[in-house]
Design a protein around this ligand. Sequence first.
Ligand code: NAD
Length: 337
Amino acid sequence: MNTQATILITGGAGFIGRHVAEHFVLNYPNYHCIILDNLTYSGNLHNLASIEQRPNFTFMQADINNFETVQHIIQDYHIQGVIHLAAETHVDNSIHSPIPFVQTNVLGTTNLLEACRNYLEKHPTPNFKYLQISTDEVFGSINTPLFFDEQSAYQPRSPYSASKASADHLVMAYRHTYKFPAMISYATNNYGPYQYPEKLIPNTIAHALAKKPIPIYGNGQQVRDWIAVPDHVNAIERIFHHGMIGETYAVSAHHEYANLEIVSKICLYMEKKLGYPENTLTNLITHVEDRPGHDFRYALNSSKIEQALHWQPVFAFDDYLIYTINWYLTHPEWLQQ
Ligand code: NAD
């Protein structure tokens, strides 16, 4: 990637996107970073306050479904690289209302691919690259002790994961059909500051702080593989700069925990931190009816990115969980959304 490049980060006002945007704006002052986001309920311009005054930062409020606008942005700014994060992301919402997931994740991604392809046809850009941010959920559920990797077959099982899988198939079809310079990364569950409070960790902290019943789906034994958001951001940077066009990369920190373990850890830490008597918060854990079709376990083998791109996660799970809880405790307004 040319050191003077202009890059497009979609979904940059959301949870992972704002960390990606901050990382590239602060660490690559010679990149001009265009952050594109239509500010749905999970996107927030305040998330970008730490970088909004930087000269290499531009925010564009736009919908990836709007072909004309996306095409203009790519042409007007001579985009040389795209990191595509914009998506509808909450599995529960996808169960209640799948169509927005198809619209944004499938059609929106296709619009973006098509706008890039049109641009490249008119303005061949030798080092252009496109990174699709996908998820471990496209592979479906897997039993211990097995792991999915880049060779695993797609087996999405929720409308969310099916829409992400469809988007990935379109990216791969563009690669195959048009030699479109794309890569895909699959990451596990991210956690950290600025995550919308609908997701497990901030949702648990919000309920614990309000001393309200802390909901947990079913028996809480569903296993997720967790990664600290800065570890994921570093993986995205590695793939964007050093990944091979046409390749896919699984990104995991190998921190597998059952949902009930995570919720219990949060309650225990908050009881100590807030000086509450033992079990004050733990006793609030309330099992609620399970999510339909709830996948039992997600887990990825990330040896390919570790060996080929020398990426390693650096954050210990408990350390970054404590950092995350403390961040939410000092930003209670975030949990009121
Ligand atoms: P998020 O919901 O916090 O952020 C999504 C962002 O996309 C929001 O800012 C939203 O406004 C924007 N957006 C939604 N629809 C848009 C549209 N039509 N046009 C423009 N912008 C739009 O999600 P997140 O957790 O930050 O996830 C970001 C990406 O990473 C997603 O593609 C998701 O599938 C992927 N991912 C997330 C995780 C995770 O654990 N959070 C794990 C693996 C992969």
